[in-house]
Write a protein of this length. Sequence first.
Length: 627
Amino acid sequence: MGLLKVCLTFCLVIAVVVENRRITKLERIENVLKRTNRILDDLNREVVISSDEESCEDKQSKCGDWKERDGDEWEENCATKPYLQSHCKKSCNFCDSGSGGVTEEPPVTVAPPKTEAPPPTETPECADVKPQACAEAKEKETNPVKWERRCNKGKFLLDNCKKTCGHCDGGSGGSGQTSEAPVKTTEAPVKPTEAPVKTTVAPVKTTEAPVKTTEAPVKTTEIPTEKTEEPAGSGSGIDSLIEECTSDNKEHCECGEAPFETYVFKIDTQTRCFTVYRPEGFEGKPVPVVITSQCYGKDRLMSIGMTNTGTGDNVAAARYGFARIGLSTPDGGWTFGNNGIVNDTVRMPCSEDDSKDIAYVNKVFEYIDSHPDKFDVNRIYTEGFSQNSMFSAYIGFCHSDRVTGIWQGGSGLAFKSDDGINLPGKQAKCSAISYAEDGRNCIECTDCKYWPIYPCYQPKKPMIDCIADYNNDYIASSRSNSETESTTLNMYNVAKDEGHDARMLRFKPSDDGTIAGGHKNPRNTVYWQMGCWGMTEKCSSECETSFKTCVNGKDVSKAENRVNSFEACIEKDTFKDLSGCDSTCSPTFEMLKQSEVPYKAEFAYGKFGGNDESGLAKPSTSQCTAE
Ligand SMILES: *[C@@H]1O[C@H](CO)[C@@H](O)[C@H](O)[C@H]1NC(C)=O
C-alpha cells in the first residue's frame, strides 16, 4: 500500500514535469533558434556550402518562420549572418542579381563565399560592417566625448563601425585619442570602387553622411565631467560602459529598486543587465560575492531574487555578510562555449569569442574588480540549479584562478558516453547549432565528449565544487541507472582527478514520501551552500550539539517536518540563542544532516567547509591545466 502511494506520488510528479516541459517547449525552441544565429555570428564561422548549390532556394525549412519571427530585424540578420546567407537565400532576397527588394546595404565583409555575394559598394576599409548596429550605437551615445572614446578604444566599434566613427580616411583607424581631423571631410563623396551589381544600394548610404557631420563640431568641446560608472581598465568598445540602470538605458531590463542595484551594458548590440544586492551594515568592508545565475527568467528581477530583502537568499546575505549578484540573459538560456563541443582538445572553451555569455560574465567580474572597497575580490562563489548549475560551473572553472567555490544543483558534468543521460538540449550529444536546427532529431556530434566544461587542474588553488542532486533526478542522471550514469558523479570524479576539492552530495526521496526529490536542490539550500563553501567561520562543536538538540526537540516525525524544524532552528533569532552558536557561523556537515541526510557524501579532500590550500602539485590523474 505504502509502495503504491509512493509510486502514485512519483508518477504524478513526472506527469507534472512532463506537462511543464511541454508548455515551455515552444518558447525554448524559439530561444535556442535565436541563440543559434548569434552563436554562428559569434563564431564567425563559415558554414560549408556544397559547391554545386547554385539554385536559389531556402535550404533550411525554417527560413520562413525565422523571417516572420525577426520582422524588421530580418534584413539586418540576413546581411550579417553567414548562416542565413547560405541557407536562406530566397527568404533573404539574395536570389538572382536583381535587387530583389533588398533596400539596405548588402553585407560587406561577411558575405558568403558564393558568386551571388553582393559586392562591396565602397572601399572596404571605409564601410561599417554592421551598419545598423553602428547607427544605433551612435544614436544612443549622446555624449560626444564618450562616443569618441569608444570609437578610439572599443573593439567592436573599431572593427565594425569605421564609417560611423569617422575613421574612413587618414588611416587613423588605430587606437589613441588622435583621430579628430578627418571626421568632417570624409563621408559624403564615397564612391563605389568596383562595378557593383547592385547599384541601387549606393545612394542609400550617402543619406547617412550628413547626419554624422552635424556631430563633429561638438566633439572639439571637451566635456570632462559626466564620467559615469566606468571601471578602470575596461577595454572593449560598444560593450565597455557599465552604467546604472535608468529608464533611458534599461531597454528590456528591469531596474532594481534600492537596495538592489541594476547595471546595464551592451554586448555587441544586445543590452545586458545584472543586479547587485549588497546588504546594509557592511559599509567600508569588502564582502564575499555569490554570483547567482538564472537564465529562465529572462532578466526579470523576480527570477534572480532581487525584489525583496526578506526572501531566503537575501536574508542569508545580510546575515552571513555577502553580496549577491544576479546574472541573467534575455535569451532564456545560456550560450556555452565552442558551440557546445567540449572534448580532449577543447576542454575549456572560455574565451570571449567562445560565447557571448563569457563576455557578459567578464563584464561582471570587471564590475566587481572595480569596487574592491565593496567586494572581497578574492572570495567569489557561483551557484545555480540545472542549466544554471552548468553555467555556474562554466563561470567558476573558466575563472578557477579566482573563484573560491561553486554550488551545482541538479547537474554536474555530462559525458557523451553515458547513453542514459538525456539533457534537455541534447548537450554532449549534439552541437548547440544542430540542436537549434533540429531539436531532438539533431545530428549526433562526433567531436564532442563532455559538457559544459572539463575542470582542468588549477595551479593556484583547488576549487571547492559542491555538487548536489537527488538520485531520482532524471535530468541529472540516467533513469535506468542513476548510480553509475550521473552528471553529479562525473563532475565529482573528474574534478577530484584534476586536484579540485569536489564534494558530492546525493540525496534520496524520503522513505515516508514527504520529500519527493526529483529535479530539485536539497531543502535548506542556502545553508548547505554556506556549510559546504565554509564562507564564514565554522560553527563550534558546542553549537553543533545544541543545534541538534534544538532540531530534535521539534517535530521530526516526517522528513518534511524535520526539514522545517531545521529551518526554524537555524533561523537567526533562534540560532543565536543556542549555546555556543554565533549567528554567522557556517553550519557543519553534522548540523546539515539534521535537515536531510545524503545517502552518499564524498569529499575529495576528506573535509567539508572552507579550504585554504593553495599551490598544490598537479596530481598524476590530471589531464590538463587551466590557463
Ligand atoms: C574537439 O573539437 C574540435 C572542434 O571544436 C575539433 O576540431 C577537434 O578535432 C576535437 N578533438 C577531438 C579529440 O575530438
